[in-house]
Design a protein around this ligand. Structure first.
Ligand SMILES: [Zn+2]
Length: 330
């Protein structure tokens, strides 16, 4: 068995075992089609072990990176080929471009970016390498420029007749903010799936979130994401214990060769809309002008030793906690 197939197979077994355990214990009520079943967390289609092998004639299971691989995420779950390619590629690259755009604006040492230098009524394509200490090297390559325009540009540069100011225009990447949000929502949802498996996420309550991820052009609902407030040692999964706000909270890292962006995102337990969670949290917050509310999250760290995939008593503890009010700590 190849290394890749082995790692897909391990993921299959981990989630499938939990799925059948939840079914046997009556925690979920869903007909499972196979002796070993895996349900794609995005479309809820059922798969069997032979679907781990790529198959051109039918849908099959693929590894899912959360955050996206280009932001140095890791393969923590399986999704079906259709969801992975349709939803993944259509929304993830907006997030990747957004992070790269932020990187470009900071001219990190040794970073390279492509720009257009405006010249007469046209432009030349250039590559800027940041050397650090504010020094930028600008290279105009022969092979991606019109030779006569480039010759004219260089001639004018030498004769100092290109004008005193050269406008450098970054290559515009098409970024759709709502798809950036959806890519973050997907990352948060898949991370929650990797921690809790099918305990909560098969609930029809999450259909709205799944639809948003699967249909890139659909409108976005309100989501609960926070950035610029975390350090690397915050990365992980938490339980939020604020009154009437029981939810999970994932802090994850989007990394490039030059930067790290940390995002925290809430996902309510079933039966609470994101809007309701937002209201419950902010109504106890401290107002500090212009509609801004500071909220202190009362969190408990997810316990990696509590085996939510094989240990039914640990599974029941978290289910009971998610339901009960007033606050009962995990
Ligand atoms: Zn799917």
């Amino acid at each position: 068995m190849s290394q890749k197939l082995k790692s897909r197979s391990n993921l299959f077994e981990k989630f499938s075992k939990q799925l059948h355990l939840l079914k046997d214990e009556g925690i979920i009520d869903i007909e499972l089609k196979y002796p070993e079943t895996y349900i794609c967390p995005l479309c809820l289609e059922q798969f069997q072990k032979s679907d781990l092998i790529a198959n051109k004639s039918k849908n099959y299971l693929t590894e899912e990176d959360a955050p996206p691989a280009k932001l140095k995420g890791s393969r923590i779950a399986l999704t079906c080929f259709e969801c992975n390619s349709k939803a993944g590629h259509q929304i993830d690259h907006h997030l990747i471009h957004r992070i790269r755009e932020i990187d470009d604006s900071k001219f990190h040492k040794d970073s390279v970016q492509r720009v257009r230098v405006e010249f007469e009524d046209t432009f030349v394509n250039s590559e800027i390498t940041s050397k650090g200490n504010g020094l930028l090297n600008v290279l105009h390559k022969m092979d991606n420029n019109n030779p006569s325009t480039l010759d004219r540009f260089i001639y004018n540069l030498k004769n100092k007749s290109v004008g005193e100011i050269l406008n450098m225009v970054p290559n515009k990447k098409r970024i759709d903010d709502s798809k950036v949000d959806k890519a973050l929502l997907k990352t948060n949802y898949i991370i929650a799936f990797s921690k809790f498996g099918y305990i909560f996420l098969l609930d029809s309550y999450y259909d709205t979130i799944r639809r948003e991820i699967k249909e890139p052009d659909s409108p976005t609902e309100g989501h609960l994401m926070i950035s610029n407030q975390f350090k690397s040692n915050h990365i992980g999964t938490y339980y939020v214990c604020n009154p009437n706000s029981k939810s999970t909270f994932n802090v994850f890292s989007l990394k490039t060769d030059y930067s790290e962006t940390l995002i925290g995102a809430l996902l309510p337990f079933p039966n609470m809309e994101p809007k309701e969670l937002h209201h419950n949290l902010t109504s106890i917050g401290t107002k500090f002008g212009k509609g801004k509310v500071g909220v202190t999250l009362d969190t408990r760290k997810y316990d990696p030793n509590a085996d939510l995939f094989n240990d039914i008593s640990e599974i029941n503890i978290i289910i009971n906690w998610s339901k009960n009010e007033p606050q009962q700590r995990v």
